[in-house]
Ligand binder design. Structure first.
Ligand SMILES: C[S@@+](CC[C@H](N)C(=O)[O-])C[C@H]1O[C@@H](n2cnc3c(N)ncnc32)[C@H](O)[C@@H]1O
Length: 187
């Protein structure tokens, strides 16, 4: 149900999304930089951005992993992904994009060094299932950063699994306040 609502919502908001939350939007830009720093990226890593939207985190990820790194993104909204493709062309950055539901990720087990999932936990039907999928595709030792808006009527923070280690919780804000949880997948 929530997934269907998300599709509908983002099929309408995609034309204005970058005005408020884009990679270059002041305030949000600095918040995104801080978010990406938490991923502790290294050159050449394989990174997944789950619910990639218009790709607003991608320039900051690319800056850290360099052209030898690989970025993968999935989103449930065709319109947001189309906008993401246009942004990537504009920025001259390559990423492997897929249309799909993050609760059933189309990636192999243990295939990413770092995973970002920002702004979608409030949207999915089952946040615990989403986190289980994220853990499945993470390599042992991978850094994972998740977060979404903090509003109590919306916020759906998943229960962390036992193999989540070095857990840190924080808050940050761009235009809106967010909860952020960062941790590593136990080696
Ligand atoms: C608030 S936006 C965040 C986009 C991006 N992560 C960012 O930081 O700007 C939420 C995104 O999650 C996507 N989304 C919502 N539910 C999803 C699901 N079940 N699977 C994949 N993407 C989903 C929406 O289509 C939208 O692009």
């Amino acid at each position: 149900m929530k997934n269907r609502l998300s599709k509908l919502l983002y099929s309408m908001v995609w034309p204005v999304y970058d005005i408020f939350f884009g990679a270059g939007t002041p305030f949000v830009k600095n918040m995104r930089k801080r978010l990406i720093e938490k991923l502790e990226l290294k050159k050449g890593q394989r990174v997944a951005d789950i619910g990639i939207g218009t790709g607003a985190n991608v320039p900051f990820i690319h800056e850290q992993i360099g052209p030898e790194g690989e970025i993968f993104g999935i989103d449930i909204s065709r319109e947001m992904l189309n906008k993401c493709r246009k942004n990537l062309d504009k920025w001259g950055i390559k990423a492997d994009l897929m249309l799909g539901d993050a609760e059933e990720l189309p990636y192999n087990d243990r295939s990413f060094d770092a995973i970002l999932c920002f702004g979608i936990f409030n949207h999915v039907d089952n946040p615990d299932k989403l986190l289980k999928e994220i853990m499945r595709i993470a390599t042992p030792g991978a850094k994972i950063v998740i977060g979404d808006e903090i509003f109590p009527f919306l916020a759906r923070i998943p229960k962390l699994p036992e193999n989540a280690v070095d857990v840190r919780k924080s808050r940050d804000s761009g235009i809106l306040p967010f909860w952020i949880v960062e941790f590593k997948n136990r080696k």
